[in-house]
Design a protein around this ligand. Structure first.
Ligand SMILES: Cc1ncc(COP(=O)(O)O)c(C=O)c1O
Length: 423
């Protein structure tokens, strides 16, 4: 069944009356979404049902503990909703155990480290300036301050070097080997990661935040059955509310649950857990599989459209929802591109490319992703149009008038799509 919503069908009638100021700002954000092209690879638009679930009365309840074992009374329906979310996510990923309480991706990773490591223990993870995430050992994050992270790298072309992963694992004997990224466009070799972890007696951990929806939609291989512990955010390709999940083998279940609460969190956000349940229900449908397939088709079409216009894509293409564009051949920085694109109503973040000569606040690249534009119902032919907009912005980066003209074209193009489309 095809369903489309031009705008989110939320009435906001109480908000309008009681707090016109918040109502006004929220209306402007709705308009910004409608009139823009969202290419930030970690963003997406939730369905109206997910949005409604977030505004249910589950927000009112304190429910420390897990279903059936709470510290406060009155949790009959909370238990039911949280159990439903757990059952659904276990089914999607064939997980032995799931904790749906982590408030977001960083706290989920923090809970895993807190539950399975001692301070100062060694973790092997992807280099942060080559696609890894801050919570994978950045010196400015708790992870890098409290644990001894060692990082593996990509080669000059941008592909992860699995031989280096093996070498570093043998040399440093990490307690956890972490596979997962925020900016990498190629498939990970889950089996090889598992084999290396087994060889050195490490826990195999994956952070699938970016690609969870592509795995749920059966387009990419699922590491959950063969890994010890897997974290994911729920708000990226999974298209749920902001939040996260930890899945693990039964033998780590107690440690993980205790690390989430009372280890690092207090009361879970049960209205968000209700919305996670709704999103997981959507993830289990055939419509979601079509959506996941289309995300990848769109990403490939966008990469091809850009390469045809002389852009350099790291690794020469993509297997997933995202890509890194090396802007050096165009003679501009990631920051300049991000700023000019934003003026044109196109949202994409500056991103370091492998062995980037620029600083992280400037960068030589931008990261582009297709989850959000695919939710709006855009197809590969629309990616051609978007590649053309990006090319024209880059060509006219210093020409304010021209960028204003492109902004109007982008507004017209983007407004012609619904905010959420379900085929
Ligand atoms: C791989 C990965 N892990 C964790 C996170 C952190 O998630 P959050 O921003 O919800 O804390 C992100 C966010 O972008 C991510 O890409």
């Amino acid at each position: 069944m095809e369903r489309k919503w031009d705008y989110y069908p939320l009435k906001k009638e109480f908000l309008r009356e009681e707090d016109p100021e918040v109502f006004r700002i929220s209306q402007l954000e709705d308009k910004r979404i409608k009139e823009g092209i969202e290419l930030i690879a970690s963003e997406n638009y939730v369905s109206p049902a997910v949005l409604e679930a977030m505004s249910t009365s589950f927000t009112n309840k304190y429910a420390e503990g897990v279903p059936g074992k709470r510290y406060y009374p009155g949790n009959q329906f909370i238990d039911e909703i949280e159990s439903l979310a757990i059952e659904r996510v276990k089914k999607i990923f064939q997980a032995e155990h799931a904790n749906v309480q982590p408030l977001s991706g960083c706290p989920a990773n923090m809970a895993v480290y807190f539950g399975l490591l001692n301070l100062g223990d060694t973790v092997l993870a992807q280099a942060l300036d080559q696609g890894g995430h801050l919570s994978h050992g950045s010196p400015v994050s708790f992870s890098g301050k409290w644990y001894n992270f060692v990082h593996y790298h990509t080669n000059e072309q941008g592909w992860i070097d699995m031989d280096e992963v093996e070498e570093l694992a043998k040399k440093h004997r990490p307690k956890i080997i972490l596979a997962g990224f925020s900016a990498y466009s190629r498939n990970l070799d889950w089996k090889r990661f598992r084999e290396i972890a087994d060889e050195v007696g490490a826990i195999a951990m994956a952070d699938i935040a970016h690609i969870a929806g592509l795995i749920a939609g059966k387009q990419l291989a699922n590491p959950v059955p063969i890994f010890d512990v897997v974290t994911t955010t729920t708000h990226k390709t999974l298209r749920g509310p902001r939040g996260a999940v930890i899945m693990c083998k039964e033998k780590y279940a107690k440690k993980i649950d205790k690390a989430v609460f009372p280890g690092i969190q207090g009361g879970p956000h049960e209205h968000i857990i209700a919305a996670k349940a709704v999103a997981f229900g959507e993830n289990l449908t055939e419509g979601f599989q079509r959506y996941a397939k289309r995300i990848i088709e769109n990403a490939r079409a966008l990469a091809a459209g850009l390469m045809n216009r002389g852009f350099k894509i790291i690794t020469g293409g993509t297997d997933n929802h995202c890509m890194l564009v090396d802007l050096r051949p165009k003679g501009i920085t990631g920051k300049a591109a991000q700023d000019a694109l934003e003026k044109a109503g196109i949202y994409a973040n500056k991103n370091l490319i492998p062995y980037d000569p620029q600083k992280p606040m400037i960068t030589s690249g931008i990261r582009l992703g297709t989850p959000a534009v695919t939710t709006r119902g855009m197809k590969p032919s629309d990616m051609e149009k978007i590649a053309d907009f990006i090319d024209r912005v880059v060509q006219n980066i210093e020409n304010e008038e021209k960028i204003k003209e492109i902004r109007e074209e982008v507004r017209g193009f983007a407004s012609s799509f619904p905010i959420f489309s379900w085929e």
